[in-house]
Design a protein around this ligand. Structure first.
Ligand code: GAR
Length: 206
């Protein structure tokens, strides 16, 4: 069976990348193969995780490349080189233009650390999402995996999982619980669902 060729985009620690690599090693991402990791930060620990798993890593920094157009052109060249069918944003902290997302309709996934439509969109990323959830006093938060289009956190929802907020939570404690109880579970599940779909379509076209 043809496998879907996956690129994972990262910017930081890469625990979600690790969850995807572990799922693949455990046979739970059997319709896809992670063949490339692209980081927007040259010192991201996620790149070390990729190296340890034997997956090639590349750095594409908007700052170093001098702007959005050059940044996206560099990414597209890498995707072409590796024959990428599907992209997973796993803690990727750069915005992609409509020009870019239109090239991969329902082929780009993102994991967001809240239950969309709460605490999402421009300015809601990383720890800030959990700070906002605690400030609002919600009792339940969670994670969402969704398709990426030109609207930040606006594409079709694939999977969601709720997580309880507990008394005494700090943003860091809540972030960790949301990762452990939701993100690291639903991201590999959604990745397999979409990869299976793309692989089926690839076989039909072949
Ligand atoms: C994760 O919590 C992810 O959901 C979030 O950043 C963290 C990255 O951690 N992403 C966003 O906020 C995107 N809007 P990781 O590098 O350990 O996977």
């Amino acid at each position: 069976m043809t496998k879907t060729r996956i690129a994972v985009f990262v910017s930081g620690g890469g625990t979600n990348l690790q969850a995807l690599l572990d799922a693949e090693a455990a046979g739970k991402l059997s319709s896809g193969q992670i063949v490339l990791v692209i980081s927007s930060q040259k010192d991201a620990y996620a790149l070390t995780r990729a190296e340890k798993a034997g997956v090639p890593g590349a750095v594409c920094s908007r700052k170093e490349l001098g702007g959005q157009a050059a940044f996206e052109a560099a990414i597209l060249a890498k995707l072409e080189e590796y024959g990428i069918d599907m992209i997973i944003l796993a803690g990727f902290m750069s915005i992609l233009s409509k020009d870019f997302t239109d090239r991969y309709p329902e082929r780009i996934l993102n994991v967001h650390p809240a239950l969309i439509p709460s605490f999402c969109g421009q300015g809601y990323y990383g720890l800030r999402v959990h700070e906002a959830a605690l400030a609002r006093g919600v009792k339940v938060t969670g994670a969402t995996v969704h398709f990426v289009n030109e609207i930040p956190d606006g594409g079709r929802i694939i999977l969601q999982k709720p997580v309880a907020v507990e008394d005494g939570d700090t943003p860091e404690i809540l972030q960790r619980r949301v990762m452990e109880q939701a993100e690291w579970i639903i991201l590999p599940q959604a990745a397999e669902m979409v990869a299976a779909d793309i692989a089926r379509r690839k076989e039909h076209e072949a």
